[in-house]
Ligand binder design. Structure first.
Ligand SMILES: C[S@@+](CC[C@H](N)C(=O)[O-])C[C@H]1O[C@@H](n2cnc3c(N)ncnc32)[C@H](O)[C@@H]1O
Length: 301
């Protein structure tokens, strides 16, 4: 909330409504006459947050949409330009707890992992159809998994015996193929990186983020802010590089004596960011442990 600094009367966009927690805080801050546009790719998240945000009436407008479409959705809803945009990436605790979605390796639900189960390909189909080389590449690229080859080989061998179509079965196959790891004082489940990789692939998460960041800078009015919460290094790297490029503006090679690209800096970093959670915050909410918040302000370029 400090980084976004939503003022009373302002127009704010929450690209990842989830349970509507951030949205409710933002709506309080922009009252009495501000408006919030909330997006989520998951229709269940829209339903839940619609109930939670009902007291705000027309001040909260919710759309079942991918945030990669934020440019068009915001224009149609009258949020172009906007004063603030929040992206709190990844999955929600509700999605993790729902055994029918396949996000948690502890649950025995179908291996789906789509934020929007009405579109695209479920994770079970990737696990059933990609060959060993493709699976290993996916686990390395989107999971930075050091045992990618061993895990891919085990999946291909196991799926000949019996389909790998539940989250728990995939977790067991990975567990047998790869040793557990210890991160700090916590033991990390061996399937963590494989699940992350599949989820990123199934939802085209990194592409959606790149598209949304570009659209967001175009939507912000001067002085408006974008705040992004990431939970792993791949998405954080995208946000960090994007902000760095928009701070620099000019993309001409250094050997050129003058700028020929004509690009101007469009963002400045919000002081006090990037930020990571305090030890107290992690103790109260362990799922925040890997969070990193980056925030930038639109310049009048
Ligand atoms: C970490 S949760 C957000 C929690 C929320 N800030 C709150 O206060 O409850 C992330 C949400 O973003 C949604 N999401 C992830 N990627 C998305 C995308 N590309 N477009 C729209 N929603 C997305 C997920 O469905 C999930 O509900």
């Amino acid at each position: 909330m400090q980084a976004l600094a939503p003022r009373p009367g302002s127009l704010q966009i929450d690209g990842t409504l989830g349970g509507g927690g951030h949205a409710a805080r933002i709506l309080e801050a922009i009252s009495p006459d501000g408006r919030l546009l909330g997006l989520d790719a998951d229709a269940h998240a829209i339903e839940r947050s619609a109930r939670r945000l009902a007291p705000y009436g027309d001040h909260a407008q919710l759309r079942h949409a991918n945030f990669s479409a934020v440019g068009a959705v915001a224009a149609e809803a009258g949020f172009d330009p906007a004063d603030g945009i929040l992206l709190d990436l990844g999955l929600s605790s509700d999605q993790l707890a729902d055994a029918t979605r396949g996000f948690s390796f502890r649950a025995d639900g179908p291996l789906d992992m789509r934020f929007d189960p009405t579109r695209g390909t479920p994770a079970s189909e990737l696990v059933a159809t990609l060959d060993e080389v493709e699976l290993a590449a996916l686990f390395r690229r989107f999971g930075e998994e050091p045992f990618a080859v061993r895990i891919a080989r085990a999946i291909v061998a196991e799926r000949r015996v019996e389909p790998i179509d539940t989250a728990r079965r995939l977790a067991q196959v990975v567990e047998r193929a790869a040793p557990g790891r210890v991160s700090g004082r916590r033991r990390v489940h061996p399937a963590t990186r494989v699940f992350q990789a599949l989820r990123i692939a199934v939802n085209s998460e990194l592409e959606a983020l790149e598209v949304a960041l570009t659209a967001a800078v175009g939507l912000l009015r001067p002085g408006g802010r974008i705040v992004v919460l990431t939970y792993h290094s791949l998405e954080d790297r995208i946000v960090k590089r994007f902000i760095a490029a928009e701070r620099r503006g000019c993309t001409c090679p250094p050997e050129l004596p003058i700028c020929v690209c004509g690009r101007r800096a469009r963002l400045r970093i919000v002081p006090g960011t990037p930020a990571t959670p305090t030890t107290d915050e992690i103790a109260a909410n362990p799922r925040a442990r890997s969070a990193r918040l980056r925030a930038a302000e639109r310049l009048a370029a």
